[in-house]
Design a protein around this ligand. Structure first.
Ligand code: FE2
Ligand code: FE2
Length: 156
């Protein structure tokens, strides 16, 4: 059995709670968007739900490899918003929580020279950073709707 620092197992457990909270939040938003008749947003939220579920699965696999019993301690309560922009702002907060959590885990693993777990957390940090970026781009379409009609980047 691989020896694991107790703080590393703490980072894994907290990450599982955050990822499952994200699953619950995006799943709820997918259902809500569907009720609003916004099927495009519902589809995007469903894809996010699956990605967060896959993150949770990777954490469970990692914990089992390390001989730890997977168990999320607490799901974050879901906040509500009256419209799509409001939901996306809540999601941006959730993604920042995840990004900061993984960044801290990476820093700690670096400090104790735990290269395997550092790489594991760094991959999740990168994926959550991409989520955060995509959310900001989606949010930006609310501030500047014409940006959708006229792409700023060249297309080939
Ligand atoms: Fe995630
Ligand atoms: Fe995410």
């Amino acid at each position: 059995m691989v020896a694991v620092h107790p703080r590393v197992s703490g980072y894994l457990g907290r990450a599982l709670s955050l990822e499952l909270s994200a699953v619950q939040q995006y799943m709820t938003q997918a259902c809500l968007a569907e009720q609003w008749g916004d099927l495009e947003a519902a589809g995007r939220f469903r894809r996010e739900t699956v990605e967060e579920l896959q993150h949770a699965e990777r954490l469970v696999q990692r914990m089992l490899q390390l001989g730890l019993a997977p168990g999320a301690s607490q799901l974050k309560p879901i906040s509500h918003a009256p419209d799509l922009e409001g939901l996306l702002r809540l999601d941006a907060v959730l993604e920042v929580d995840l990004i900061e959590h993984y960044a801290e885990a990476v820093r700690f693993c670096e400090a104790i020279a735990d290269t395997d777990n550092r790489a594991f957390f760094a991959a999740l940090w990168q994926e959550e950073s991409n989520h955060g970026q995509e959310l900001q781009e989606w949010l930006a379409t609310f501030a500047n709707p014409e940006a959708l009609a006229e792409p700023q980047h060249a297309t080939f």
